[in-house]
Design a protein around this ligand. Structure first.
Ligand code: DLL
Length: 435
């Protein structure tokens, strides 16, 4: 697969570190000079930009959190004058008040490069037809993928999300080769295409799916139903949008665009930087952004960084699939439960009887928390009266009890009864907030 910017993506790591330090120093200075709250925090620690003499000095700098983006909403964290801000994007605000990000022309250019690297890593080039079925608008998915596709000179079809039958018609008539959307929507598109009996008319080669956690099982299901190679892509509004990191054809972790972002893994409780290879909270420092550069931004995503050289030739570190977010944690009857733990149990138990479509419902009845897990059975299971639904439900209940330490009710539901998503899937419904 072609590498879009080999001079950057395959850079000698010593050279890369030099570049990172220069860019870090410039970013810290930019923030210190232009963002009052950052300057105050540096002053409180007795630091000035001149104290950043090596990459190790990054660990001395103050963190930035999502709460800061809320407290200093909308523009106080911007480090460029408004006349230079050419775009605003915003996060969906599922975990609280909406936050915004501002981009200069140069920021949009860097973003297009980042997403172009992703597209090229999936084999896309100027002969490709890229359908962007991420939502366009304040959400970064649509415009982010769009910028990258234009940058590589592909033909872009900006369908945005929704209107599934029209998406499929256009995909066939216009000969889409590369599809960009959430993995949930890719599953839904795949299901619908197969129901319509149109799979053999597709020209799809690869897909770029991200914005939410998805499993290897979902990857297999999507690759099978759409007949393409499915790549993972990661990003967040605060840092840029899609393309902060991107998966190459080895499908084994996402390369962080390290000439633009410095990643760290910290202990989410103490804030201490963890050694290479440790599992913890991912933190990013942007080193090229002008509009809203962020120093040590705590993403709340939990994962591991892999510094081993990748067989694709890129030298950028790989982040492994985020295993969940610190703020996804549910407290059920006093026990901490991550939705990803429930998903892992489902994956372990699943043979060909259940599908990756599930929903977790938490409620409170008579002052006691309840946990229900609905999982769709496969068509095969539905038509197979030998295997007992009850036996599989019991198996999952037992596994959940031994993994989580609490009881749950598991319901195998009929295929296609769990609501499908055109954007990010809503896997957890916590009704306790309603009471
Ligand atoms: O989801 C940006 C994006 C758009 C990424 C399209 C990839 C593709 P936000 O809406 O701000 O931005 O949500 C960011 O989504 O902190 C993660 O928790 C989660 N997330 C994003 N990509 C992945 C992924 C966009 N590949 C939040 N795997 C992040 C797991 C992901 N989680």
């Amino acid at each position: 697969m072609a590498i879009f910017q080999p001079e950057k993506e395959c850079m000698d790591r010593e050279q890369l570190k030099k570049l990172q330090l220069e860019r870090l120093q410039a970013t810290v200075k930019r923030c210190y000079d232009n963002v009052a709250v950052f300057r105050e925090r540096m002053n409180e620690k007795g630091l000035t930009p001149d104290d950043v003499k090596s990459l190790a000095d990054l660990a001395k700098l103050p963190f930035t959190t999502k709460q800061d983006l809320r407290d200093y909403y909308p523009y106080e964290l911007f480090a460029a004058p408004m006349k230079d801000i050419v775009r605003i994007q915003a996060s969906s605000g599922t975990t609280g008040r909406q936050i915004v990000a501002g981009y200069t022309r140069n920021d949009l250019d860097m973003w297009a490069d980042a997403m172009a690297r992703q597209l090229a890593a999936t084999g896309a080039d100027e002969n490709s037809v890229v359908q962007v079925s991420y939502g366009y608008g304040l959400f970064t998915g649509g415009l982010g993928a769009h910028g990258g596709a234009e940058r590589i000179g592909a033909t872009v079809i900006p369908t945005s999300s929704g209107n599934t039958e029209r998406q499929i018609r256009l995909m066939i008539e216009l000969g889409t080769t590369h599809l960009c959307c959430t993995p949930s929507y890719a599953m839904y598109l795949g299901e619908t295409i197969n129901e319509m009996g149109l799979k053999d008319q597709l020209k799809l080669k690869a897909g770029i799916f991200g914005a939410e956690p998805w499993t290897e099982d979902m990857r297999m299901a999507i690759q099978e139903s759409l007949g393409l190679v499915a790549h993972d892509v990661y990003g967040l509004t605060e840092i840029m949008g899609p393309g902060v990191s991107y998966e190459c054809d080895k499908q084994n972790g996402m390369h962080v665009n390290e000439d633009m972002f410095i990643p760290e893994i910290i202990d989410p409780d103490t804030g201490e930087v963890l050694p290479e290879g440790a599992f913890g909270e991912l933190v990013f420092t942007t080193i090229t952004k002008e509009g809203m550069p962020l120093i040590r931004y705590r993403t709340r995503d939990l994962c591991t960084l892999n510094y081993e050289q990748c067989a694709c030739g890129r030298t950028f570190v790989r982040m492994l699939k985020p295993a969940g977010r610190t703020d996804d944690m549910l407290i059920i009857r006093g026990v901490n439960v991550f939705p990803s733990q429930i998903e892992e149990v489902l994956l372990k138990v699943s043979g060909d009887e259940i599908t990756p479509n599930y929903q977790i419902i938490v409620d409170r009845v008579n002052n006691t928390d309840t946990l229900d897990v609905n999982v769709e059975m496969s068509e095969k299971m539905l038509s197979d009266d030998v295997r007992s639904v009850k036996a599989i439900e019991d198996k999952i209940v037992n596994q959940l009890r031994s993994t989580l330490g609490i009881g749950a009710k598991v319901h195998l539901v009929n295929p296609k009864t769990i609501v499908r998503s055109e954007g990010k899937a809503k896997r957890v419904i916590d009704n306790r907030k309603l009471h």
